[in-house]
Design a protein around this ligand. Structure first.
Ligand code: NAD
Ligand code: LMR
Length: 332
């Protein structure tokens, strides 16, 4: 029997990530090849015509799984009945800007959209915040939507996770699908800590630690980390626009693994409401290694954290605490 359609909200749908993301969702990349979807697309009035153009293209693409499209500038209409909300709407960082620079523009959007989601989304709606500063926007959304369970509000660090997998795969000249269990700790910003201490590669003679295969701690503790931390800025410099296809693909990976589960023995990175695990600050949205099952994420516990890593976990945590204060000062 055919499944009931799932309603997926994409805010900022007329923007560049939106344009890459909606066809992926309509093709089943996010929720599975047998899962019909109804797309809810929100943007602001100046983008209404472009949004309508995206709707026209979705119709023209004749996606078999796409059972309906709502394209609107009305936040209540957009949020009504949605089961998954991917929050991309906001202002992107331009060359030379830090994420903090987009803070004041974006956190107020997340405060106002929090109440619309709280009042009109389906119960148990899963929320993924992509727009920057992603962790702090997600925190503001959580704080101003108190009836949505905190565990349902997450932010995207899967792009950073995938970037780390990509760098290791290039360094070792192995398939990216054979590399797993990197971790992105903390903020989706240049203080994030891409950690390979528990990462492995599947080889013909079994699973091997990344450190053992790379045999270059200086690279792993230096250039590898900064390349992943600065990749967003490198893409902006090269494209004069921020990453879009990789961000859209990572958003699909994030929701797919959350809803359908992570493979046995594999974890992924998600920005989730911190309970203070690994002595990260509690009460911020911090990226941890998680496994997912039955639609719920769980932080992987008990991983050894060496002194080098400890400092990095602490400094990205400190930045998140600072961003939280800054966000509140922007809202007051
Ligand atoms: P974009 O400017 O192309 O698109 C953003 C869209 O949001 C625009 O169409 C704009 O009209 C719309 N918008 C603005 N305010 C809105 C509101 N209140 N409600 C609904 N829509 C609104 O930007 P983009 O390149 O698609 O990037 C979107 C966001 O994602 C940016 O904040 C960017 O920095 C962030 N980003 C995050 C990651 C990540 O890994 N977390 C990766 C890439 C980009
Ligand atoms: C990215 O990581 O590509 C995005 O967050 C865009 C940015 O501002 O870095």
């Amino acid at each position: 029997m055919a499944k009931e359609p799932v309603r997926v909200l994409v805010t900022g749908a007329a923007g560049q990530i939106g344009y890459a993301l909606v066809p992926m969702i309509a093709r089943g990349v996010m929720l599975g090849a047998d899962q019909p979807v109804i797309l809810h697309m929100l943007d602001i009035p100046p983008a209404a015509e472009a949004l309508n153009g995206v709707k026209m293209e979705l119709v023209d693409a004749a996606f078999p799984l796409l059972k309906g499209v709502v394209a609107t500038t009305d936040v209540v209409e957009a949020c009504t009945g949605v089961n998954v909300a991917v929050m991309v709407g906001g202002f992107p960082r331009k060359e030379g800007m830090e994420r903090k620079d987009v803070m004041s523009k974006n956190v107020s959007i997340y405060k106002s959209q929090a109440s619309a989601l709280e009042q009109h989304a389906a119960p148990n709606c899963k929320v993924l915040v992509v727009a920057n500063p992603a962790n702090t926007n997600a925190l503001i959304l959580k704080e101003f939507a108190p009836s949505i369970p905190a565990k349902n509000i997450t932010c995207l660090t899967r792009l950073d996770h995938n970037r780390a997998l990509g760098q290791i795969s290039e360094k070792l000249n192995v398939q990216v699908s054979d590399v797993k269990n990197v971790i992105i700790w903390g903020n989706h910003s240049s203080t994030q800590y891409p950690d390979v201490n528990h990462a492995t590669v599947t080889t013909p003679s079994g699973e091997k630690p990344v450190r053992e295969l790379v045999k270059d701690d200086a690279w792993l503790n230096g250039e590898f980390i900064t390349t992943v931390q600065q990749r967003g800025a490198a893409i902006i410099k090269a494209r004069k626009l921020s990453s879009a296809l990789s961000a859209a693909s990572a958003a699909c990976d994030h929701i797919r693994d959350w809803v359908l589960g992570t493979p046995e023995g594999t974890w992924v990175s998600m920005g989730v409401y911190s309970d203070g695990s690994y002595n990260a600050p509690a009460g911020v949205i911090y990226s941890f290694p998680v496994t997912c099952k039955n639609g719920e994420w769980t932080i992987v516990q008990g991983l050894a954290i060496d002194e080098f890593s400890r400092k990095k976990l602490d400094s990205t945590g400190a930045e998140l605490t600072e961003e939280k204060e800054l966000a509140y000062s922007c809202l007051s």
